[in-house]
Design a binder for this molecule. Structure first.
Ligand code: NOJ
Length: 560
């Protein structure tokens, strides 16, 4: 058992813009977060991951950074940030910061210089290329629709932006860029932070020929072959680790697009000297069709189990999983994999999913509001949406003649603003998030779903999370036990066993509304059982051999 504090921790992600507004401008801020630290302490989380709070023109809500060593005005000052760090540390919690270094903002001083002239000392901080036959240097599309290249008149060249045109990609081939990044990381670490979540970190190394991607003529294509886990990625991360991370006791989690467990082992393998964990996307892809995320298709439990099991077993003993079911880029988990059609079903399905999240092998990441069972939202008009990915897609699909209703339906299922509506603190005006006008409308269900209600109700999803987090502290097997799936072919129940020495943990989850029967395989022997948690009342006397599970019922037993 290779004990590590970050394996035993539960992380809570804060999306600052939507967490808590302290000054009535409708935008969440650092003082707002500070005012809710006791709430986080009550929940029991160990680590806070703060989505970007750096200076930014907010083309992509802070993921476009114009100064890595300054705080966004709307969020407060560096003194506020220091107070936040101190407030967390005083309460025994840690802080990890978002590191967004695949790209900066086009308003970053480096880029302002870079675009001035071809011989500017900062020119090579970014990826500039001349056009080809009067067009972009290649056919790559951006993650946010349209070309990945933007023409700049001033020097008659194009710069690469895998995301929005206000997010130019940094040129990691340039050792000066890498040194700037390492210095900046060191600056934050010396302020006392406890680690980084690294934005799209497996895209930083680009294959230098920047060849066209395969695909039909005249359409932008995903150029991933040239930059997903690019040729120098491991060299760069090992260098970063050597130069910076290895000098501190910190945790790292890399957001890695399109990685397989085999790729992941190269990022997180014990002796690789790179990262502690990665966020994989395979599970988040099980409801996408061939044309990508907006091509919404129903997910199946078979796929769900296949993907989770694959990752659980692949990293066992060599590396560590991150566990998440939603974040600021994904729809709300209870709406997507659970059931938000009634308060009762929302409650039990939210708890069932929470049980999964906290009893797999890996470090659980909770996204703000998940602990309340916050749901997706359906705004009537596109005008109410703010996310650049949604707005660009809407524009592109509308121009291509697609029907408005279908576009809106895909936004309702997959749009990132589902997760970004403000935290619902109470049933008062604007859900207690702000005294002003929120930057993104509040989900109209805040009167029923809010933190005040959840904290007051012992049967709430919130209290269930609290209990799960406590259990993790009490039972090593929940953190370190090996994983083994049971009755893999069952199309309604997800059951698995965790084992550590003589101990076993049995987890049985009914993933659907219909009741289901679970028969424990005869091969599993035990002499004693303890029910650790369940989302229903369970009679004191009952058999584990045959379980009749109610809608979304979840049970966790310790077996001896
Ligand atoms: C991933 C982030 O999580 C997302 O919010 C952002 O838009 C892109 N990376 C670009 O930074």
């Amino acid at each position: 058992m290779d004990r590590q504090w970050w394996k035993e921790s539960v992380v809570y992600q804060i999306y600052p813009r939507s967490f808590m507004d302290s000054n009535g401008d409708g935008i969440g801020d650092l003082q707002g977060i500070i005012s809710r630290l006791d709430y986080l302490k009550t929940l029991g989380v160990d680590v806070v991951w703060l989505s970007p709070v750096y200076e930014s023109p907010n083309d992509d809500n802070g993921y476009d950074i114009s100064n890595y060593q300054a705080i966004m005005d709307e969020f407060g000052t560096i003194e506020d940030w220091e107070e936040l760090l101190q407030g967390l540390h005083e309460r025994g919690m840690k802080l990890i910061m978002d590191l967004v270094v695949n790209h900066s903002s086009d308003e970053h001083q480096w880029f302002v210089e870079s675009r001035k002239s071809k011989d500017n000392p900062y020119r090579d901080y970014y990826i500039w290329r001349p056009g080809k036959d009067g067009r972009e240097p290649n056919n790559w599309g951006s993650f946010f629709s349209g070309s990945a290249w933007e023409y700049d008149k001033n020097t008659d060249e194009y710069f690469l932006h895998l995301f929005s045109r206000k997010q130019p990609d940094l040129n990691w081939e340039n050792p000066k860029v890498r040194q700037e990044v390492y210095d900046m990381m060191t600056w934050w670490l010396d302020k006392g932070i406890d680690g980084f979540r690294m934005d799209v970190i497996n895209l930083i190394s680009k294959e230098q020929q920047l060849l066209d991607a395969e695909g039909p003529e005249g359409q932008y294509q995903f150029g991933g072959k040239s930059f997903v886990n690019g040729p120098r990625i491991h060299e760069f991360l090992q260098e970063m680790n050597r130069e910076v991370l290895s000098k501190y006791d910190v945790m790292t989690v890399g957001e890695t697009v399109e990685v397989t467990p085999e790729d992941a082992a190269l990022f997180v393998g014990k002796d690789r000297g790179e990262l502690n964990m990665v966020f994989q996307f395979e599970l988040m892809g099980i409801d996408s069709g061939p044309s990508g995320k907006w091509d919404v298709t129903p997910w199946t439990l078979a796929d769900f189990k296949r993907v989770v099991s694959k990752w659980q077993t692949a990293l066992q003993g060599n590396g560590w999983n991150s566990l998440y079911l939603n974040n600021h880029d994904q729809p709300r988990m209870v709406s997507r994999f659970g059931n938000d059609s009634s308060p009762e079903l929302r409650n039990v399905s939210g708890k069932m999913l929470a049980t999964l999240l906290h009893t797999l092998q890996g470090t659980p990441y909770i996204y703000q509001g998940e602990e309340l069972g916050m749901t997706n939202v359906r705004f009537e008009s596109i005008e109410d949406y703010k996310d650049i990915e949604i707005l660009n897609m809407h524009k592109e699909y509308t121009a291509a003649g697609r029907d408005e209703k279908t576009i809106m339906e895909s936004i309702y299922s997959k749009g990132r603003d589902n997760a970004r509506t403000p935290m619902q603190w109470n049933s008062g005006p604007q859900a207690g998030f702000t005294t002003g006008t929120p930057w993104l409308p509040i989900n109209p269900n805040y009167k029923e779903i809010n933190a005040d209600q959840a904290v007051a109700d012992p049967n709430s999803i919130f209290h269930y999370y609290k209990r799960l987090i406590e259990l993790r502290k009490q039972h090593d097997i929940i953190v370190y036990g090996d994983y083994q799936i049971l009755r893999e072919e069952d199309d309604q129940i997800y059951a698995y066993l965790r084992s550590l020495g003589e101990e076993k943990l049995l987890v049985v989850l009914n993933f659907f509304e219909a009741p289901a029967e679970f028969v424990l395989p005869d091969s599993i022997h035990f002499s004693g059982q303890e029910l650790l948690i369940s989302n229903y009342e369970i009679p004191a006397e009952h058999s584990l051999r045959h379980m009749n599970l109610r809608p979304y019922e979840a049970r966790v037993y310790k077996l001896q």
